[in-house]
Ligand binder design. Structure first.
Ligand code: CA
Length: 232
């Protein structure tokens, strides 16, 4: 069986979230839900969805910013959900690379038809073949097939441990991991006091990928909690 298409729903209105997710469920799509721009960016990198259904008015910012971010690295279809009075925003969204829009209120059939037609076009264009084993965050590209990491186009020689830590953080951008969690995920065993080595590897990793390791852009320390890959 072919993989189900995964759709990222970005919407803060509970009623519309319910409505969209019910519509998608009927067509047997997988979906994940983000209620803010921050969550949307994190879930986009973590899940590599095949499509985004995007509300523009979000509590922590403008959905337009999400279109810009996604378009830097991906051609997946983006359907904007707009309110009638947001005509100008709608045009701006299409200009920036959204593929289609539905105007509130819309019905299930209309949404399903648009989703289906956008996914079909995307698959015909070979979109479904975009390598999911490639993670991109800011200037860092991690290719899990060749196990190669480049920073601003230059190959970074990472040790296997550094690579695994970086991959874990890039797959879960925005999520904070304690040293114990990193240890378990990378070494595949209980830390039993060996978490100190996590800090050492992260220091080495930072020396390689950060232009200024004392003011890191990518891997941030959250004091008392752990580390995270910053949403760029
Ligand atoms: Ca909204």
């Amino acid at each position: 069986m072919a993989d189900k298409h995964k759709i990222l729903i970005v919407e803060d209105d509970k009623y519309i979230i319910n409505f969209i997710s019910m519509s998608l469920k009927k067509e047997d799509y997988d979906y994940v839900i983000a209620k803010t721009c921050g969550e949307a960016n994190a879930l986009f990198y973590a899940n590599r969805p095949d499509m985004i259904i995007l509300d523009l008015g979000l509590p922590d910012g403008d959905g337009i910013e999400i279109i810009k971010n996604v378009r830097e690295i991906s051609k997946i279809p983006i359907i904007v959900v707009s309110a009638r009075q947001e005509e100008e925003e709608k045009i701006q969204a299409l200009d920036l690379g959204a593929d289609d829009y539905v105007t509130k209120p819309f019905n299930t059939v209309e949404l399903q038809a648009r989703v289906k037609s956008q996914l079909r076009r995307y698959m015909q264009l070979g979109g479904g073949e975009t390598p999911k084993d490639k993670l991109v965050i800011g200037g860092i590209e991690l290719d899990d097939k060749s196990k190669q990491v480049t920073l601003d186009g230059e190959v970074m020689p990472l040790t296997p441990t550094e690579y695994d830590i970086l991959k874990l953080l890039m797959q879960n951008v925005g999520k904070v991991f304690s040293t114990k969690e990193i240890y378990r995920a990378v070494w595949k065993e209980d830390p039993m006091g060996a978490e100190g080595s996590v800090a050492v590897h992260i220091r080495h990793l930072r020396e390689k990928i950060e232009i200024n390791p004392s003011d890191p852009r990518y891997i941030k320390v959250i004091w008392g909690r752990g580390y995270k890959m910053e949403v760029q």
